[in-house]
Structure formats: structure tokens, C-alpha cells
Design a protein. Structure first.
Length: 431
């Protein structure tokens, strides 16, 4: 991250040589001073092959435990002086900014920010909404989430005390890059959260965090989404520590719970895969589907709907369960698939139970995602997916995985082009 150019070499991946006329290279190098930093981005052949999987998308869904461990590696760690205590190290965010008069780090400026604005597109908006919930809950900061494509076409009110966070898997999203340019015009601090090393967003922001989730080849984002969620959760916890609103004991508890997530998903994946494949058989011929959740699970419902429409071409809509009587209830009818996320830790849990009962009365085909061992929906839901237990703020990581698998298997049974859905591109680099 920063103003230097990263020329990243794929050391282990054979690529055809790029040939430029000598006079072109001489003109480029002589026309202005360049600071070039060469670094090797190493990828194994295993990372860019399907291996035993029929599609990259399925491989990336199943590879999420490893991807999440890589996102946490070197960042969530035990303090040497206290073996049972955790610390969060965010590298670039903790270093003083070049040219900063007060010698403040990006993290310190974020902790004192008047407002944090998250700009993103597509799936990254949904992870940004999780970030809003976590930063407000943990650190007590004011956070807004905006579509970068909307942000760029109006006249946003940005001050020097604001921080703009850009989230993108590719780091090349045109609308998000334009939002960064606007933020820098207003002299706001810009932070990037990206997966691709050396990408445009990484080069054009003041500081940031890499996901290190590995290459994501399927157009529909899966492991990058959960990687983004882990990254913003770590930032939110670190901001809470910086603002002295989270005790060391509470931080230890949250860090331990977050580090346990990849192993919990790994143990759960095999039985979950069989269950979601079975559920997909009943929904593969659907023409519409609805997803609902409350609080921090609302963006997961939006993400579930986005995944289904992206790769199976089924019209899907996500909505807040609390808004069901303000319109979505008219869509509930015989056999329409309705996926509800209802964990007991949700503050709106009792209201969710009531709404799910209404859906049942209207003969919807109900799938409920809930806590391990929770049988409150045994008489209501057609299918119950029991997710591993964790803290409220980490439950989106568990809820996202079954929704990804459901979308994948529905798309596979419909014969869709899963890795490269029609009309879509992995990185939207044009308006």
C-alpha cells in the first residue's frame, strides 16, 4: 500500500514473456522519475488448478478454512509475556504515515475519526455492512456504508476528520477507485482492504490490509467475502483497543473465538456439503427465492441472494426480517423458497421466530439457519441447518458458507456456467 509501484512477479507460474520495443521502455523510464519496488508473489500450482473439484467456485468454498487462517496469520497472535492473551497486529495501519505532522498512524487517525465511510461494490458492500455493525458495536465509531457507484456521482460531504475505507477483492474496481480519488481530493485518510497484492487500490490508498486469501478465480466471490469479514472484524477489535473501550479479558475472549472459526468450519464442511446438496434438489427449479436476516445477519442474507442470482440465474431478493410487514410479506406464497438466518444470540430472535411462523402459515418452503442444538424451528421449517456456535459478531462467517454451497449446487443442477456466469466479469474495471 502507498505511492510506490509494485511489480509483482508470479515466480512459480509459467507465463509467456512480454516483449516491448527498446525505445518504448527507454521513453517510459526517462519521461519521469520512477521508484520501482520488486517483490515476488509466490503461488503454487495447486492454487491455480481445480484439483479434484469440478469448478473453481466449489474449490474456493471448500478452501475457506485455509483462506481464513491465512488472513489471520501473523495478525492474531499470543503475547509473549502472557501465554493466554491475544494481540492484534495490523502492520501497515500501525506505522506512522509519511508526511503526517503529528506522527499519527492510520489506526490512530481511524480511532479519532469524526466518521468512517466504507465504499465498495457488489459482495464487498455486504462485508462493509458487517464492518459497520462491528465497528459501531466494538469501538463506538460512526460508520456509513455506500455503494461506490453511487458515491462517485453525487457531491459527498467529506472532511479532513473522515476516513474512507475502500473494500475490493480485485483492487481494480473502477467505481471504488474513483471514490478513492474523490476522498483524496477532500484530503481524507484512505484505507484499502484488498486481496490482490499490488493492485490499483493498494497503490492509491494511504494504508491498508491485504487479505492473503489466495487467488480467487470464480467470478462469484466466496472466500474473499469471508476473508473481508475477518479483516474488518480484526480492524474493529483493534480500534476498540485503541479507543480503550474493550478490556484485555474481552479481547482475549474475542480473539480466541475468532481463531477457532477456521477449524470449526473445517469440521463442519463435510456434513454441511451433503445437506446443502440435498436441499438444492428441492429448489433447483425455483424461479424466485427470498433471504432474510436481522442485524449483523442482514448483509449475509443480501450476500446469499446475490450468490444465488449470480451463478444460478434465479431471481433472488434479500431483506431485513424486521421489514417483512413493509412489503416483502406480499411475496410469500405457496412453495416459494425462503431462507431465514435466526441465531439465538440475535437481539431480534423472538421477532424472527414470529416472522418465520408467519412464513410457515403461508406455506413457504422454509430453510432456517440457526445455532447448533436449537430445535425451536422443528415444527416450522422444512429444512434446518445447524451452524457451529460462536460469538454474535462472528456468526456471519458460519451463515455465509451454507448459502454459498446452496447457490453452487442449485446452479450445478441447472447446468449453469458457474465459474464464469453470463454477462459478469471478475473485476469491473469500466463504468
Amino acid at each position: 500500500f502507498g505511492s510506490k509501484i509494485g511489480a509483482h512477479l508470479l515466480a512459480t507460474v509459467p507465463t509467456p514473456p512480454l516483449v516491448f520495443p527498446l525505445f518504448v521502455l527507454q521513453w517510459v523510464l526517462q519521461s519521469r522519475p520512477w521508484t520501482i519496488r520488486l517483490s515476488a508473489w509466490r503461488m503454487s500450482q495447486e492454487q491455480i488448478e481445480k484439483a479434484e473439484y469440478p469448478h473453481f467456485t466449489l474449490k474456493e468454498i471448500k478452501g475457506q478454512p485455509r483462506a481464513l487462517r491465512d488472513t489471520m496469520r501473523g495478525r492474531l497472535c499470543q503475547r509473549d509475556d502472557e501465554p493466554h492473551s491475544c494481540d492484534i497486529k495490523l502492520g501497515d495501519l500501525e506505522k506512522p504515515l509519511e508526511g503526517e505532522e503529528n506522527g499519527l498512524s492510520p489506526l490512530e487517525r481511524m480511532a479519532d475519526a469524526k466518521r468512517i465511510i466504507i465504499v465498495a461494490c457488489g459482495t464487498s458492500v455486504n462485508s462493509g455492512m458487517v464492518a459497520k455493525y462491528a465497528m459501531e458495536s466494538f469501538a463506538g465509531l460512526r460508520v456509513e456504508v455506500e455503494y461506490a457507484s453511487e458515491f462517485r456521482y453525487r457531491q459527498p460531504l467529506i472532511s479532513l476528520q473522515d476516513v474512507v475505507i475502500a473494500i475490493s477483492q480485485s483492487g481494480e474496481t473502477a467505481d471504488t477507485l474513483e471514490a478513492i480519488r474523490i476522498a483524496k481530493e477532500h484530503q481524507a485518510l484512505t484505507i484499502g482492504i484488498v486481496n490482490v497484492v499490488g493492485s490499483s487500490i493498494a497503490r492509491n490508498t494511504d494504508a491498508g490490509v491485504y487479505l492473503h486469501a489466495g487467488p480467487e478465480i470464480g467470478v462469484a466471490s466466496t472466500k474473499a467475502f469471508t476473508g473481508q469479514v475477518v479483516a474488518v472484524l480484526m480492524i474493529a477489535l483493534k480500534l476498540a483497543v485503541q479507543r480503550k473501550v474493550l478490556s484485555p479479558a474481552a479481547l482475549d475472549s474475542y480473539c480466541d473465538a475468532l481463531m477457532a472459526v477456521p477449524d470449526a468450519i473445517q469440521r463442519w464442511l463435510e456434513p454441511l456439503d451433503r445437506q446443502m446438496k440435498m436441499i438444492a434438489k428441492y429448489f433447483r427449479l425455483a424461479s424466485n427465492a427470498l433471504f432474510c436476516g436481522c442485524g449483523i445477519q442482514y448483509p449475509v442474507a443480501l450476500e446469499g441472494a446475490l450468490k444465488l442470482k449470480e451463478i444460478s440465474y434465479i431471481h433472488a431478493e434479500g431483506f431485513s426480517a424486521a421489514e417483512v410487514r413493509h412489503g416483502p410479506l406480499t411475496l410469500i406464497r405457496d412453495f416459494i423458497p425462503v431462507v431465514c438466518i435466526a441465531f439465538k444470540s440475535d437481539p431480534a430472535y423472538e421477532a424472527l421466530k414470529q416472522h418465520i411462523g408467519e412464513f410457515k402459515d403461508k406455506d413457504a418452503a422454509l430453510v432456517v439457519l440457526t445455532d447448533e442444538g436449537n430445535e425451536d424451528f422443528a415444527d416450522m421449517a422444512n429444512f434446518i441447518v445447524h451452524c457451529p456456535s460462536s460469538k454474535l459478531e462472528f456468526e456471519p462467517l458460519f451463515a455465509a458458507v451454507p448459502l454459498q454451497l446452496l447457490s453452487y449446487y442449485v446452479a450445478d443442477m441447472r447446468g449453469c456456467s458457474i465459474d464464469q456466469p453470463r454477462n459478469l466479469a471478475k473485476s469491473v474495471t469500466v463504468e
